[in-house]
Structures are given as structure tokens and as C-alpha cells.
Design a protein around this ligand. Structure first.
Ligand code: ZN
Length: 247
């Protein structure tokens, strides 16, 4: 079984299409770790595409805020403005779809999916100390999380916690992680639509656990085309600018 693992698409259809083209259908099942919408200009188009893929999808904090499940008042002003724009722009059936998305952790075919932390879907897992509970208590050897928009993750073996950071070279491509026995993994595929780890290329992963390999992909896309659509939609300028820097 090869999983296509995508997360934090944030209504960026151009980045999603570039990622799907690079993955080239060489996967059996798609899973999505949440934040389909919020920030970007294409919420309906992205949701239509994800639904057509038949992806197993859990909710993110922006999905909850955009469909009104939670108040956007907790967001910073820029994120709140984008969430309210998204709520007004989404078609009714897409709003309903977001409302019924399950929370993580969610088990599917031998892997565990979560948006944030194992015990709190809204918690950011940046540091090893924050990853420890997920590494120790997740029901499966390999779990995937999103939310931070940083590609990489953590491994744990014999009381040793290691930070995993793999970065593919220029152009579209991947760096491969070998999954070792007796080791537990908490892995982040990175963000498709708004990377924040300093690399503006779209990020995702392909996991083939029967062969013990996880591919961490980076794919360039037409950032300026997305920025133009954001300006036309009058989305906040800081969100437009950050796409070019991957921060
Ligand atoms: Zn996100």
C-alpha cells in the first residue's frame, strides 16, 4: 500500500495540482491531515479536488473556523479575515462537508493521522518534547501530523528521540526516509499550500510502509499565479507575500 500523504493545502489549487502531477498516480490511497481551506484563493476548487480523490480526511483548525464550528475570534486578524472570506465563498455542500470531518487521531490501514498533537488537535508540535507523547502513545508505529507547515518529524528508539529533517534538492523531487524496525515515527509531510520551513515549494509525502520507505517531496509551482488570485480576492497582503518566501 502506497499512501499519498497531504496536509495544509490552504485553498491553494496551483500547489495541489503541481503536487498531484509530481506524485503521478503512484499511490493507492490518499490521506489528508486537515486545513483544506483558509488563507488561499481556491477553497471550493481544492475541496472538489480532494473529494474527487476519495481522500481519507481529518479536520484542521482552519476547516473548523471556516465552516463556523468554532469562532474565528481566536485567530490573529489576518487569519480571521481569511477565514471569514472563506466562509462566505464556500458553497453550502462544501461547508457541510467540512462540518462532518472527523477529528484526529484517526486510524486508517495501519497508520494514524492527526492534525496537531495526539491529545490535542489544535496543538503545534514543533519541539521534541511536544512530540514525545505522540511517539510513545500513538497506536501505530508510524503516525502523520500537520499543522506546523514544517516538513520532517521525529523518531524514537530505545529512549532516544531524533529530529528528522530531509530536504530534496532543487526542482521536483524527494528525499527518502528508511523506516526501521523497533522505531516509532511521528512524521509531517509539510504543507502543500503555505510552507513555512523556508522552502516555498509545495510539500507532501508518499509512504510505502510494506517496503519501509517514506518519500518527502518538494515541488515548485507558479507562486505568482496564486498571489494574483489572492490580490483579486482582496485577501490580506501578508498572506500573499509569505508564499514567495516559504515563511
Ligand atoms: Zn495549516
Amino acid at each position: 500500500m502506497r499512501f499519498l500523504v497531504i496536509s495544509d493545502i490552504h485553498a491553494n489549487l496551483t500547489a495541489l495540482e503541481a503536487s498531484l502531477a509530481a506524485a503521478d498516480g503512484r499511490w493507492d490511497r490518499a490521506v489528508c491531515l486537515g486545513d483544506l481551506v483558509g488563507y488561499g484563493p481556491d477553497p471550493n476548487e481544492v475541496m472538489d479536488r480532494i473529494r474527487a480523490l476519495g481522500a481519507t480526511t481529518i479536520r484542521g483548525n482552519h476547516d473548523k473556523a471556516s465552516c463556523g464550528l468554532v469562532d474565528a475570534e481566536d485567530f490573529n486578524p489576518v487569519a480571521r479575515k481569511a477565514a471569514l472570506w472563506t466562509r462566505e465563498t464556500l458553497r453550502p455542500e462544501n461547508l457541510e462537508y467540512l462540518k462532518q470531518l472527523p477529528a484526529g487521531p484517526f486510524e486508517v490501514d495501519g497508520i494514524t493521522l492527526m492534525h496537531g498533537a495526539l491529545r490535542d488537535e489544535d496543538e503545534y508540535v514543533f519541539a521534541p518534547a511536544q512530540a514525545l507523547q505522540g511517539l510513545l502513545e500513538a497506536p501505530q508505529q508510524v503516525s502523520f501530523f500537520g499543522h506546523t507547515h514544517f516538513q520532517g518529524g521525529f523518531s524514537f528508539r530505545e529512549n532516544k528521540l531524533e529530529v528528522i529533517q530531509l530536504r530534496p534538492g532543487t526542482g521536483p523531487g524527494f528525499a527518502a526516509l528508511q523506516i526501521k524496525p523497533e522505531t516509532r515515527y511521528l512524521l509531517n509531510p509539510g504543507s502543500i499550500g503555505q510552507p513555512r520551513d523556508g522552502d516555498p515549494r509545495a510539500a507532501f509525502a508518499v509512504a510505502d510502509l510494506s517496503h519501509g520507505v517514506v518519500e518527502f517531496w518538494r515541488v515548485p509551482y507558479d507562486v505568482e499565479a496564486v498571489q494574483r488570485r489572492m490580490l483579486e480576492a482582496e485577501l490580506p497582503e501578508p498572506l500573499v507575500l509569505r508564499l514567495a518566501f516559504g515563511r
